[in-house]
Write a protein that binds this ligand. Structure first.
Ligand code: GDP
Length: 202
C-alpha cells in the first residue's frame, strides 16, 4: 500500500463521538514509550502525524487519522505509566474498554511491545482481555534495530513460549523498527489485504 494521504480527523475520550461512517479501522495501543508515535509516523511517512511523547501518559485521547481516504488509523493512549493518578487510570480504562467493546468499525488492534523488555504482565493481561472479548489483534514488536538478528529470533521464541502458556496459537506478529523502516511494508500490506477482502464482501 502506498500512503497517498494521512490526515488527522478528531480526538476525544468518548467512543460515541468517534467518526460515524463505516470505514474500517485499526487501533494501535501499547505501554507508554513503546514507540507508538514513531511507528505511526514511520508507517504514514509523516514526521509529526502522531506526537512523539516527551511526557508519558500525556495524550489521553482516542485519535483518529484517515489514511488514503479509505481507512482509519487510531492512536490510543499509552497504558502502564507510573505517573498518572488512580482516578486517571480508571477513566482511561473506562473509555478504552468502551472503545473496544462498542466500536463496530474496528477490524483489528495492534498491541505494541518493546523488543528490549521481557514480557510485561500488563501487555499479556491486555492481550488476554482482547482474546476474551473476541477482538482480533496482532502484536507489533518495536525498536528491532536495538537488537541483533539472532537476539530478535531468541526474543520472539521466548515471547511465544510465554504466550503459548495461555494461547493455543501464537498471535499474528510483526517485527518493526521506526528508525530503519523495518516492518513497514509487511504491516501496510497486511492492512491493505484485509481492506481488499472487506471491499469484496461489500
Ligand atoms: P510512544 O510514547 O509509544 O508514542 O513512543 P515514542 O514514539 O514517543 O518513542 C519513545 C522513545 O523511543 C523515543 O525516544 C523514540 O525516539 C524511541 N523510539 C521509538 N521507536 C524507535 C525505534 O524503532 N528504534 C529506536 N532505536 N528508538 C525508537
Amino acid at each position: 500500500m502506498q500512503i497517498k494521504s494521512a490526515e488527522f480527523v478528531v480526538s476525544n475520550q468518548d467512543v460515541a463521538k468517534c467518526p460515524s461512517n463505516t470505514l474500517p479501522e485499526y487501533a494501535f495501543i501499547g505501554r507508554s514509550n513503546v514507540g507508538k508515535s514513531s511507528l505511526i509516523n514511520m508507517l504514514t511517512n509523516r514526521k509529526n502525524l502522531a506526537k512523539t511523547s516527551g511526557r508519558p501518559g500525556k495524550t489521553q485521547l482516542i485519535n483518529h487519522f484517515i489514511i488514503n481516504k479509505n481507512w482509519y488509523l487510531v492512536d490510543l493512549p499509552g497504558y502502564g505509566y507510573a505517573r498518572v493518578s488512580k482516578t486517571q487510570k480508571r477513566v482511561f480504562q473506562k473509555f478504552i474498554t468502551a472503545y473496544f467493546e462498542n466500536r463496530k468499525q474496528l477490524v483489528s488492534a495492534f498491541v505494541l511491545v518493546d523488543i528490549r523488555h521481557k514480557p510485561q504482565p500488563v501487555d499479556l493481561e491486555f492481550m488476554e482481555w482482547l482474546g476474551t472479548n473476541i477482538i482480533p489483534f496482532s502484536i507489533i514488536f518495536t525498536k528491532a534495530d536495538k537488537l541483533k538478528p539472532n537476539a530478535i529470533i531468541r526474543y520472539i521464541e521466548e515471547y511465544k513460549a510465554i504466550l503459548l502458556e495461555t494461547w493455543e496459537d501464537m498471535p499474528n506478529y510483526f517485527v518493526t523498527s521506526s528508525t530503519k523502516g523495518d516492518g513497514r511494508y509487511e504491516l501496510l500490506n497486511y492492512i491493505d489485504s484485509i481492506n481488499l477482502e472487506l471491499n469484496q464482501k461489500n
